[in-house]
Design a protein around this ligand. Structure first.
Ligand code: ADP
Ligand code: MG
Length: 474
């Protein structure tokens, strides 16, 4: 994709003046993060990194990503309810991956006891990159779906004003008007509010499971604020507090500090380092309760990379979404090549192909949060080490998506204004609510564009690699 801002990117002085204006507008709009020096306090904050200009995204791909989001919601929900599929899919992985095994243990324990929860809430974000096809046209390819702690829906609603500002300063009024309005946090909050309402206890609260050090607090507050505007109160607690102050009554209603909890919203609990023994006990307590978990343990498992890889196998989508060939076709069109590394011929062949052409693949463990995937020479070394061990089953291989790079300026506190070659990743937020077997809400609620310099193979804004952006539809 060629850039629309070509000439502008050449005038260094103008870029610096624009960047000063953009940063001030970002701060004024609330595009904020706590600093890495003071991650527990809001006394000193700074702007969340962002691009100086919006990045060009073909409207057709944006529409395609929006159109397939409800299908992904249905698919995740179907996987989460299919205990046999989860068990079969994760069998080899949980033998070698302790984190997934622990989540799976809780899942089994809850199933054995009987699921107390009757209302289910999914807040997810499906991420894509634009693969540059042989004829040069970009194609939408899914990177992954996040079913737990999908973030930046709050800050993404504040960045359009910043890019409109930049374009307005340049007297590009027509272009400024093309920046889409976006409010994912409102949609996410509407999902939580619906689940809260269906839980049906007027005095019950929403419990946000928070990390001790949370730089991205303002993103979370955006959702809390939307809930409060609907008279739904949110308390923030860490896992440790749940194990000390949480309890279930005989109907498995959840109480924290004596207050009933209707919805548990996790913004923690997706990485191994976030769990002590005590935290695992707290997670089990929450899962055993009849409170609406977002996500429940099965839905978190449905978001693993191993599940993503198995879903791409022939016949799987048809089995999970019977009688919905159009949804299946829309979903499949977004799948990149995904390969199992389970012991056996299929896995052997995938490894051989990756060793023969390392630049075409990514090696992924069952981890979230950025910085865990292996590329290039690191991938080769890992594959050589893993090749003859069962440990390889805890990874999957994925085709590497190669978007066409473009120029933009990435603005970060403390960094000089510089034009660099970039690629973008588009995320679409999805929300669904199910009561028993009835789906009562299924929608898309907004987008997130993140852009990073091409020198980084991996991504993530929280990981310090990507920055916030807006699609400029073309
Ligand atoms: P995580 O759960 O850590 O976010 P992802 O699968 O989203 O894991 O990968 C992290 C980042 O790595 C992505 O944001 C993207 O920048 C890059 N990435 C992941 N998969 C691919 C791929 N198949 N092709 C190109 N880049 C990828
Ligand atoms: Mg990701």
């Amino acid at each position: 994709m060629a850039t629309n801002w070509g000439n502008l990117l050449q005038d260094e002085q103008q870029l610096e003046e624009l960047a000063r204006q953009a940063v001030d507008r970002a701060l004024a709009e609330g595009v904020l993060l706590r600093t890495s020096q003071e991650p527990t306090s809001s006394d000193v904050v700074s702007y969340a990194p962002f691009t100086l200009f919006p990045s060009l995204v073909p409207s057709a791909l944006l529409e395609q990503a929006y159109a397939v989001q409800m299908d992904f919601n249905l698919l995740v929900d179907a996987v989460s309810q299919n205990a046999a599929f989860l068990e079969q899919t994760l069998a080899s992985t949980i033998k070698r991956d302790d984190f997934t095994a622990r989540l799976f243990d809780i899942h089994k324990q809850v199933l054995k006891e009987g699921i107390a929860q009757t209302v289910f809430l999914g807040l997810n974000r499906s991420d894509y990159m634009f693969q540059c096809s042989a004829d040069g046209s970009p194609v939408l390819k899914q990177i992954e779906i996040n079913t737990i702690s999908a973030s930046f829906g709050g800050l993404a609603s504040r960045t359009p004003a910043v890019h409109r500002h930049v374009l307005s300063v340049l007297s590009k009024t027509k272009e400024a008007a093309k920046i889409l309005s976006n409010n994912p946090s409102k949609g996410l909050a509407l999902g939580i509010a619906k689940a809260w309402e269906l839980y049906g206890s007027a005095n019950a609260l929403v419990l946000l499971i928070a990390q001790e050090k949370e730089r991205n607090i303002f993103d979370q507050r955006a959702i809390e604020n939307e809930l409060l505007a609907r008279n739904i109160h949110v308390i923030r607690r860490r896992f440790e507090a749940i194990s000390e102050k949480g309890s279930l009554d005989q109907d498995r209603r959840l109480f924290v500090d004596g207050q009933e909890i209707a919805v548990v919203y996790f913004r923690d609990g997706y990485m191994p380092c976030q769990y002590s023994l005590q935290n695992w006990e707290a997670r089990l307590l929450l899962e055993r309760s009849c409170a609406v978990k977002c996500p429940d343990i099965a839905t978190q498992l449905a978001g693993t990379k191993k599940v993503q890889q198995e879903l791409s196998r022939a016949g799987m989508l048809e089995m999970l979404l019977p009688g919905q060939p159009e949804a299946v076709a829309r979903l499949r069109a977004t799948f990149a090549g995904l390969y199992s590394l389970d012991m056996g011929e299929e896995g052997d062949q995938a490894i051989a192909e990756a060793l023969a052409a390392p630049s075409r693949f990514v090696l992924k463990p069952q981890r979230e949060g950025g910085g865990n995937n292996l590329y290039g020479e690191e991938m080769v070394q890992a594959l050589k080490r893993l090749k003859d061990t069962e440990e390889r089953a805890s990874y999957i291989l994925m085709e590497k998506i190669e978007p066409e790079p473009f120029d933009n300026c990435l603005l970060r506190p403390g960094s000089p204004v510089q034009v660099v070659q970039c690629v973008s990743e588009l995320g679409i937020f999805g929300v669904y609510v199910r009561q028993g077997k009835t789906l009562v809400m299924n929608k898309h609620v907004g987008h997130l564009l993140r852009t990073k310099a091409i020198e980084h193979a991996d991504g993530g804004v929280a990981a310090g690699v990507a920055v916030l952006d807006n699609p400029y539809p073309v």
